[in-house]
Design a protein around this ligand. Structure first.
Ligand code: NBP
Length: 479
């Protein structure tokens, strides 16, 4: 029996994707560096579908129908190169090598170019939804050649999550590293989404004194409105959870240092390279960084002055916080999608933002009702230059602005850090500002470095003779 796809790397993600494929009727050839994992999978779940057991990569390759599809699910980084290097000599022109791990998109670009020279397709796919998603339906973001998608797409679309309208949460994203890039930005948005929820919780707790159990009910209520999403849903569950040992709220027994595996950091590093202002996403990565500086935080608690204002929280504070959360969340999505648009220009990808929003509607961590509205905003030829300019969001975010300002002002007065609420509001205000202090910065740059400037009233590049008579030299040759 020849298999339609092979999976090498059978730790939790690879095993679950292999089971998902088999449960959907595909014959799956299994391989893992150490055979024990292959046998453990077969012993536990071998009856879920048609599997072919293999011990070596040669056996795996021999078990596959052509063009061969080999899904690599090993640890990101050097292990992927090691497996690719071993696989490539065993493959034939037209075969498809797929990397479903969390690889950096620049690695994917490099691997795609190297395999293309050998007549092989290399497809980097972003897979979101964690272990559970891999088994029951993830959101899948495939990059690579369009030709390879003809042979691979039907399998991926079958195992992907399905949105409410039945559409699979999988679509061809673009060439080379596009799939992994979009997955990376998805994770960046996820960082910001989690941080804004954290800021809302912290405000309700520290400013309004609302205990976790009561907050769980508030988040459950919010989950019925336009904030409805997987992350709000699980927030209510976490807040409701009581530590069995101490009887305390679970959140009170957990060390308040957030971990990170690196995709948020990659998003910000890439955004800096692209000159894309993802301030909310960056603040959410930095917020995790500060949370982990426990030694400095301990010193600061007894060293740094607070001077918190003695103010009452505004009336309807809970509703204000909900609106600030909504607006800040939207800014994070706007920034992430704007970064995708910048990357599309830089790397020559024809990224379709409506399709990307569509395939984030189910299966992935940032799945949310709002994504349907975002998808609609980018449909057809009405794509806004920035998500915030879509009529639906001009109106809904506009309505939230007074509450957003009150919440940020209250937080600042009370000394409660709200890095993403406040930076998102600053982004919103910077976008709409008539004049920015960048004009002054241009003056400073021209004074100390003769970096030149443009004028508002006529064309040309100018430099002022700062040290002499202050007169202007126009039409400076900048080349
Ligand atoms: P791990 O990232 O823990 O990797 C373990 C697998 O890599 C094992 O099968 C191991 O084989 C294999 N491996 C290693 Br390590 N080095 C190897 C090498 N030099 N040659 C061949 N095989 C090698 O597995 P995972 O947690 O299932 O994650 C797989 C990928 O999926 C990663 O990129 C991860 O970042 C990503 N991931 C994504 C999500 C998500 O939500 N999308 C969640 C979790 C993970 P062995 O058994 O012989 O040691």
């Amino acid at each position: 029996m020849s298999a339609q796809i092979g999976v090498t790397g059978l730790a939790v993600m690879g095993a679950n994707l292999a089971r998902n494929l088999a449960r959907n009727g595909f014959t799956v050839a299994l391989h893992n560096r150490s055979v024990a994992k292959t046998d453990a999978l077969l012993a536990k779940h071998g009856d879920e579908g048609d599997f072919v057991r293999t011990e070596t990569l040669q056996e795996l390759v021999d078990a596959l129908e052509k063009p061969r599809r080999v899904l690599i699910m090993v640890k990101a980084g050097a292990p992927v190169d090691a497996v690719v290097d071993q696989l490539v000599p065993l493959l034939e022109e037209g075969d498809i090598v797929i990397d479903g791990g969390n690889s950096h998109y620049q690695d994917t670009r490099r691997r795609e170019a190297a395999l293309a020279e050998k007549g092989l397709h290399f497809v980097g796919i972003g897979v979101s939804g964690g272990e559970e998603g891999a088994l029951n339906g993830p959101s899948i973001m495939p990059g690579g050649s369009k030709e390879s998608y003809q042979a691979l797409g039907p399998l991926l679309e079958k195992i992907a999550a399905k949105a409410d309208d039945g559409a699979p949460c999988c679509a061809w994203i673009g060439t080379d590293g596009a799939g992994h890039f979009v997955k990376m930005v998805h994770n960046g948005i996820e960082y910001a989404d989690m941080q804004v929820i954290g800021e809302a919780y912290n405000l309700l707790r520290s400013a309004a004194g609302i205990e976790p159990a009561e907050q769980a009910a508030i988040f459950e209520e919010w989950n019925k409105g336009d904030l409805s999403s997987f992350l709000i849903e699980i927030t209510a569950k976490v807040l409701k959870h009581v530590d069995a040992e101490t009887g305390k709220p679970f959140v009170d027994v957990v060390v308040d240092s957030a971990g990170q595996k690196g995709t948020g950091r990659w998003t910000v590093q890439s955004a800096l390279d692209l000159g894309s202002p993802v301030s909310g996403i960056a603040e959410s990565v930095f917020a995790r960084g500060i949370s982990s500086q426990r030694d400095q935080r301990a010193i600061a608690q007894t060293t740094l002055a607070a001077h918190e204002a003695d103010i009452d929280v505004p009336q309807d504070f809970v509703e204000d916080v909900r609106q600030a959360l909504y607006a800040s969340k939207l800014v994070s999505y706007a920034q992430g999608l704007d970064m995708l648009a910048s990357a599309a220009k830089e790397y020559g990808w024809n990224l379709k933002l409506d399709e990307i929003a569509s395939l984030w509607r189910a299966g992935c961590i940032i799945r949310a009702d709002l994504l349907k509205v975002i998808m609609e905003a980018y449909k057809g030829d009405k794509a806004p230059a920035n998500l915030l300019f879509a009529p639906a969001f001009v109106e809904s975010v506009g309505k939230a602005v007074p509450a957003w300002r009150r919440v940020v002002a209250t937080a600042v007065q009370l000394g409660i850090p709200v890095p993403v609420f406040s930076s998102s509001l600053a982004y919103y205000d910077a976008l709409r500002a008539k004049r920015l202090p960048a004009a002054l910065i241009q003056g400073q740059r021209d004074l100390f470095g003769a970096h030149t400037y443009q004028r508002v009233d006529r064309e040309g590049t100018f430099h002022t003779l700062w040290g002499e008579d202050g007169s202007e030299v126009s039409a400076v040759d900048t080349h």
